[in-house]
Write a protein that binds this ligand. Sequence first.
Ligand code: ZN
Length: 417
Amino acid sequence: MIIPAKLRSIHSKSVMIRRDFLKTLAATSAVFVRGRAYSQEPERYDLLIRNGEVRDPGRGFRKRADLGVLNGTIAAIEEHIPAERGLDIIDASTLYVTPGLIDLHTHCFWGGSGIGIEADPVAARSGVTTWVDAGSFGFDQIDGFRRFAVRPAQARIFGYVYLYPSSRNPDIDPVKYVRGVMQRTGEAAVANRDIILGVKFQVGSNMNGKYSLPFLKIARELCDQFKLPLMAHISFAPPETPEVMELMRPGDVVTHCYNGHTLSIVDANGQIKPGVREARARGVLFDIGHGVGSFNFGAARKAMEAGFLPDTISTDIYSLNVNGPVYDLPTTMSKLLHLGMSFDDVLLRTTASPAKVIDRIRGLGSLSVGAPADIALLAIEEGQFQLVDSQKNTVMATQKIVSRLCICRGKRLVVPL
Ligand SMILES: [Zn+2]
């Protein structure tokens, strides 16, 4: 009789939880314990999601199937997995089973900036398992971001570090000051590469006034030196769109792409502005970043009619818009659905596409076997739904994407009372 070492060591302990025992069996195709063969013992999953319409747009997978989760990982996707093989069974027969949603532009450093929200409560009700904080903190706050936002959260959290640190001497010229912290910002981003994706900067006369372009040039230099991606917010000119586009490199993200303001990608006549298509052709990505002021139905329609779809769909969710007009990522997705994108196209831009930008976790944004068990159970409700953009323009949509259950790292997220 051969007892695998793993089982032998477990058996040396007199107490064994059945669940762990079954998991061990699951990892061992045919084993013998105390003279008895267990080769026919069915594999048991921690979680078994049955009969759902599985949609994994990153690999073009769309099929009604059952999905087994074991140890926080997707362990099986099969046409039929019997109910007795699940310890916790979810009937998803009326639902879409999708990768956990990824929101590339959020502000979830609660208490660390004036506008931060907590990720988990919103994640639980919206299906967003991965959050990217778009620059709520400078290089001197990364440790706090890690300790108080990233670590305690069940949802996965990443961030872009903001170019401008949290404090400065008012006697020092701002350009000199920002240049003076360039090195430390780059070093901090590299030292925290597991959670920091790149550098964020807000380009717009309403955000950084006359310093927008000089600061953006410093951000460019910094990102080139440290080989970091840049996320650039765009809002109001000056600077003009072509000047900004010229400074964007492959892998960089332009956020607020359907903002409808003067620093935008589409002009009043519906023409895509010079430099924008060239930037996309180079590999620059264009992100929605809805926010309190940055998503306009008219601008979105014009850009889409010109054939310019976003690469990623994100909310720019924070305390001033979480109770409207943003609410959550499924609501922003519903707006793009209403404007004519298909469900799969919207889903691709909230799963596989932002996962590529993050590029930190293998299988993130996918439902393939071996991928992390980050899963959203979504539904498309039919009816009459009023959706509002950042300028309070409204549309009446007939479909609305909603989340019914959010699973992150193989565990259900619970909506707080
Ligand atoms: Zn933002």
